[in-house]
Design a protein. Structure first.
Length: 301
């Protein structure tokens, strides 16, 4: 059994650790609120942009725009390379947040390679970059400077080279591995296909509240072609930006949860150590009293 001085040292150490984890929990909570506001602000614009494009796209237009056109399979002479963008954080202490994203990226890479494609990996975030470098994998590009406040310019810098490569027919697909911010407690990893752009639906029809298709009534100026030419790159950049802000918010949510659990565990450990220390101290006092009484009895006898 540990001595009283050792127990007191462990109690003091755990209390100091609890102060740190509690402070980190509060900081993560503060950052989470701002990050969550950015996610909430980004979603309506993204959904509205997708709806407008879904109304504009027709089969004829889809064949004229490279970002909408489905490339040929590699076996039929199509591109033999695919791109995967992995979004992780620059810092740890967020539970299994980064590990889950890396696991999802590895799953997607293995799936693409099983289809006969070579995968170019683009890393955003120190944790993901460090892991794949440890495995000896060469990254096509890496970014560690985005931090907690991603901007549209950051998304454009990531997306623009890949848009050009896809339009040139060099890439079969581009996937974005990100965290999906469902709530502060639920941030599962997911893969979003950002190229080729998948609109879904059937051209200019959208399902209304009653479940019946309705035709969008737009007056297009100058033309659907000109509008799509501007909106398609914007849509791709917006998808990357939304992935960035959702991943940042998910990181803060995961870190808050992890630090709260660590703080609670530290409190329970302090209770156990304090109880052990008190019992040991009580046993020591009882033994000293017994020795004094025994010595006094021996002197009297």
């Amino acid at each position: 059994m540990a001595k009283g001085r050792q127990l007191k040292g462990r109690i003091r150490s755990v209390r100091n650790t609890r102060k740190i984890t509690r402070t980190m929990e509060l900081v993560a909570t503060s950052k989470l609120k701002r990050a969550q506001d950015r996610v909430v602000a980004a979603r309506p614009y993204s959904e509205a942009l997708r709806e407008v494009m879904a109304d504009l796209v027709t089969p004829d237009l889809a064949e004229r725009f490279p970002l909408l056109r489905q490339p040929k399979p590699a076996a039929l002479g199509g591109p033999r390379r695919a791109a995967v963008i992995l979004l992780t954080s620059n810092r740890g202490l967020a539970g299994a947040f980064n590990a889950n994203l890396i696991k999802e990226a590895r799953r997607r890479i293995e799936q693409l390679e099983s289809e006969g494609l070579s995968v170019n990996l683009y890393g955003v975030g120190k944790k993901g970059i460090g892991f794949f470098k440890y495995l000896g994998r060469t990254l096509a590009a890496e970014r560690q400077d985005i931090g907690d406040r991603p901007t549209v310019e950051h998304a454009a810098e990531i997306a623009s080279p890949l848009i050009a490569a896809y339009e040139a027919g060099e890439l079969a697909s581009v996937d974005l591995v990100q965290a999906r911010f469902l709530s502060a407690m639920s941030t599962p990893p997911g893969t979003v296909r950002i190229r080729p752009v998948e609109m879904g639906g059937s051209g200019r029809e959208r399902t209304g509240a009653g479940g019946k298709g309705r035709t969008a009534n737009y007056i297009l100026s100058p033309s659907a072609d000109a509008i799509l030419e501007e909106l398609l790159p914007l849509y791709v950049r917006n998808a990357v930006y939304r992935g960035l802000v959702e991943t940042v918010a998910s990181e803060h949510g995961a870190r808050r949860t992890a630090m709260k659990n660590a703080t609670d565990n530290a409190g329970e450990l302090i209770q156990v150590l304090t109880r052990t220390y008190n019992r040991q101290r009580q046993a020591q006092i009882t033994q000293e009293i017994a020795e004094i009484v025994g010595g006094a009895a021996a002197l009297q006898g």
